[in-house]
Design a protein around this ligand. Structure first.
Ligand SMILES: Nc1ncnc2c1ncn2[C@@H]1O[C@H](COP(=O)(O)OP(=O)(O)OP(=O)(O)O)[C@@H](O)[C@H]1O
Ligand SMILES: [Mg+2]
Length: 277
């Protein structure tokens, strides 16, 4: 394992029981069914870099993300984050809460992940208080202002509710909330897939700038080759739960080894023209 690696997953697998209810099975005579969502996946992400997982819908991207942040339990494999074991088959998930603070997740749909009844200031304050990061109230308020500023929002936005913002602005709020706990590592699961192309580029640029300013490490998930090309330092291609190909963006795009990778590129309409990055 190279020592600049921030995250390393080894032999990660996850199955889901998708059997029919027992009575239906009895009647139909069919047995139980197990779906392999993630199949023996290994990769690592260098510190301060972006690793992108790309693949079609259902290829297992979100399941990998959820296992890494501890929302889903692997059936096998190990996860190491920042030199610590986050999961191994013998001891299970780590109970170390300092690891939780270091990693955050940004989802595709910010509306469902932001509490609609809370003002933005309270949404950003919550992790600051929950992790006990700042005790003094005026310093907490200053931190909220700083977070808004970092994501391109303004001080009065703290008093508004999520529904008063556009989709792109709401995603900026989600990013600010992720930053509130001073994470080292952020898992971005299709963070711009619900946005218009022009807004998408702005949010991607923001994520890149934050990475540079705060030395963040990203796992970036997308089905869109044009997006991963501008974001990633390294790309892993996921097909039916398996990592079928991995490379740097230039080499992967110039000479994909797998027809599936070529197919993903061909299915991205903007790909031929490229994107501003
Ligand atoms: N809780 C669950 N129970 C049963 N099957 C599941 C569960 N979660 C995921 N799956 C299945 O596992 C496979 C991988 O799902 P996953 O959500 O990881 O795919 P994805 O690559 O993120 O897809 P998308 O691009 O649509 O978000 C799919 O076949 C999905 O139906
Ligand atoms: Mg998904």
């Amino acid at each position: 394992m190279p020592d600049d690696s921030y995250l390393t997953v080894t032999g990660l697998s996850r199955h889901f029981d998708i059997s029919e209810p027992w009575l239906a099975r009895l009647v139909s005579g069919r047995g139980g069914r197990l779906l392999t969502a993630v199949d023996d996946v290994s990769f690592s992400i260098a510190k301060g870099r972006t690793y992108a997982l790309v693949g079609e819908s259902g290829s297992g991207k979100s399941t990998i993300a959820r296992m890494i942040v501890g929302l889903e339990r692997p059936d096998s494999g190990t996860i190491r984050i920042d030199g610590q074991t986050a999961f191994d088959p013998v001891s299970g998930p780590t109970q170390d809460s300092s690891l939780r603070q270091k990693l955050q997740m940004v989802f595709q749909s910010p509306y469902s992940s932001l509490n609609p009844r809370w003002r933005v200031g309270d949404i950003l304050m919550e992790p600051i208080r929950a992790f006990g990061l700042i005790s003094e109230e005026t310093a907490q308020q200053r931190r909220v202002q700083e977070l808004l500023d970092q994501v391109g929002l303004s001080a009065p936005d703290a008093d508004r509710f999520p529904h008063e913002f556009s989709g792109g602005q709401r995603q900026r709020i989600s990013i600010a909330r992720a930053l509130a706990s001073n994470p080292h590592f952020i898992v971005c699961d299709e963070p711009t897939s619900a946005l218009d192309v022009s807004v998408q580029a702005q949010v991607l640029n923001l994520l890149k700038q934050l990475q540079r300013d705060l030395q963040l490490t990203y796992l970036f998930i997308s089905h869109d080759m044009a997006v991963v090309r501008v974001m990633a330092h390294r790309i892993g291609v996921l097909k039916d739960g398996r990592l079928v190909e991995e490379n740097e963006p230039g080499a992967l795009i110039e000479s994909p080894r797998e027809p599936y990778t070529r197919m993903l590129m061909d299915s991205t309409p903007r790909f031929a023209g490229g994107m501003a990055g």
